[in-house]
Design a protein. Structure first.
Length: 120
């Protein structure tokens, strides 16, 4: 693994950490999401510090270059993260729809009660 790739991994890890710390201070991110990004940054640092891991895993999976393994690893992790985020967003959309419908029914019920009282 080239020294350039190792430096790149450490710089990316540091950027992720700085970005996460800024988001945590502004309370714009949940703890579960923060843990994911911290673990990803830690993986970058571990692979940069111990490139033998990338060599071993790339040989194990039949990938010619450790750099290709790292890119494949990052793509796979982000793909899985995107899928879980999509599932969570779908659940939140359903919840918002349900809440909007319940609110509309509650307001319609209040409007009907007001109309009945006004007729009396």
């Amino acid at each position: 693994m080239s020294i350039l790739l190792r430096v790149f991994l450490v710089v990316c890890a540091l950027l992720v950490l700085v970005f996460m710390i800024r988001r945590i201070r502004k309370a714009e991110i949940h703890t579960r999401d923060t843990i994911f990004w911290f673990l990803l940054a830690a993986c970058f640092v571990i692979i940069a510090a111990f490139p033998q891991i990338a060599f071993f895993l790339s040989r194990l999976l039949g990938i010619e270059s450790p750099a290709n393994f790292i890119f494949l690893f990052v793509i796979a992790v982000l793909f899985i993260r995107e899928f879980t985020s999509t599932v969570e967003i779908a659940k939140l959309r359903e919840r918002i729809t349900t809440l909007a419908q319940e609110l509309a029914l509650a307001q319609a019920g209040t409007d009907n009660e007001d109309a009945i009282e006004n007729r009396k």
